[in-house]
Design a protein around this ligand. Structure first.
Ligand SMILES: Cc1cc2nc3c(=O)[nH]c(=O)nc-3n(C[C@H](O)[C@H](O)[C@H](O)COP(=O)(O)O)c2cc1C
Length: 321
């Protein structure tokens, strides 16, 4: 405990100020490479960082979670860190969003820091090395102790320009992963806002077509629909009901926010990003995510499972003034 507090202080007062002088994507890539190298030492890493307590463990939709804090999609998008995330303490971790075809991402800069707003600007546009490459990578890893999920999205490429092509593209990735024993759950990402055809699957008729097609795959793993953040209750309820009607009862609320007038932003900080495209994570997602969770739980009760995402900075919630 003293050792981890020491590491924590070292990170906040020494490492973080240094890292913040560099481009955020460079730092992310550096940590990804380092993390993958450290996988060979994951027993040691686990002993330093991982906190085990049976009181934290939970079984949900038939899956055992060692603790309720998971890593959301977007950090380990190509699956390099799927093994070490368990050792550093996550109860589950999502690889992806994975797309069928490789894509280098939107033109840089793809990330921007807003430390005063506790947020990150994201303009990745589904950067992915593609499901065929990612499955090869994951096949090499020791994942038997890990609760790994795959977030599936559709390739962000000009040729995927119709709903039918997009659905085939989603199905390709589900098929690649569906018989892998290390894949414990899937996320169905319908909510990535910065792609060629932005959020087409939030339209109920398209979403219905998608879930009908996925249903035919007879997946063994549970599916969680990754929901948009800035969505009306009516639209969200429609999508939840369609999913339930097609035997999908897991939901993740929610994805990034787009609205730059969100009161959680520091206005001066936001002004620096006036010419930069993208959507935002962290604190600005927190209130709207929680409102959607509260609303959805009240409306649909315990027949659905909800994972909350967005703006979690510590285990205990602080009282807000
Ligand atoms: C750099 C970055 C990339 C992301 N990429 C994805 C993605 O590919 N798929 C997805 O479903 N969500 C993605 N997200 C959204 C996160 O999964 C999460 O829903 C959002 O950031 C709110 O959680 P947070 O406040 O804990 O970051 C991304 C977020 C960040 C910061």
């Amino acid at each position: 405990m003293i050792f981890t507090s020491f590491i924590d202080l070292g990170y906040h007062y020494v490492l973080k100020p240094i890292l913040f002088k560099f481009d955020p994507e460079f730092v992310h890539d550096l940590f990804t490479k380092t993390g993958e190298i450290l996988e060979s030492q994951d027993w040691l890493i686990g002993n330093i960082f991982r906190y085990q307590n049976p009181k934290l463990s939970k079984t949900v939709l038939g899956l055992k979670f060692d603790n309720p804090i998971g890593l959301a999609a977007g950090f380990d998008y190509d699956g390099h860190l799927s093994q070490i995330m368990h050792s550093v303490g996550f109860g589950f971790n999502t690889v992806g969003t994975v797309t069928a075809l490789p894509y280098d991402g939107n033109p840089p800069p793809r990330l921007g820091r807003l430390p005063k707003s506790n947020s990150l600007l994201v303009n990745k546009g589904f950067k992915s090395s593609g499901s065929v490459n990612i499955v090869k990578r994951l096949d090499q890893k020791k994942l038997s102790n890990c609760t790994v999920g795959i977030s599936v999205g559709c390739s962000n490429l000009p040729q995927i320009n119709t709903i039918d092509k997009a659905i085939s593209d989603y199905l390709f990735t589900f098929n690649i992963f569906k018989n892998k024993s290390y894949v414990k759950y899937f996320e169905l990402n319908i909510s990535c806002p910065n792609t060629v055809i932005p959020t087409p699957f939030t339209a109920p008729q398209n979403f219905t077509k998608l879930v009908v097609a996925i249903n035919k795959l007879k997946l063994k793993q549970p599916i969680f629909v990754k929901m948009p953040n800035e969505i009306s209750y009516l639209n969200s309820d429609n999508l939840v009901q369609i999913a339930i009607d097609h035997k999908i009862i897991g939901f993740i609320f929610s994805n990034l926010v787009k609205d730059r007038q969100n009161p959680a932003f520091n206005k001066n900080e936001m002004a620096k990003f006036i010419n930069q495209k993208g959507n935002f994570s962290g604190r600005p997602t927190f209130d709207s995510s929680n409102k959607l969770i509260y609303h959805t739980r009240k409306k649909f009760g315990k027949k659905i499972t909800i994972i909350g995402t967005g703006g979690i900075f510590m285990a205990m919630m602080l009282k807000q003034s």
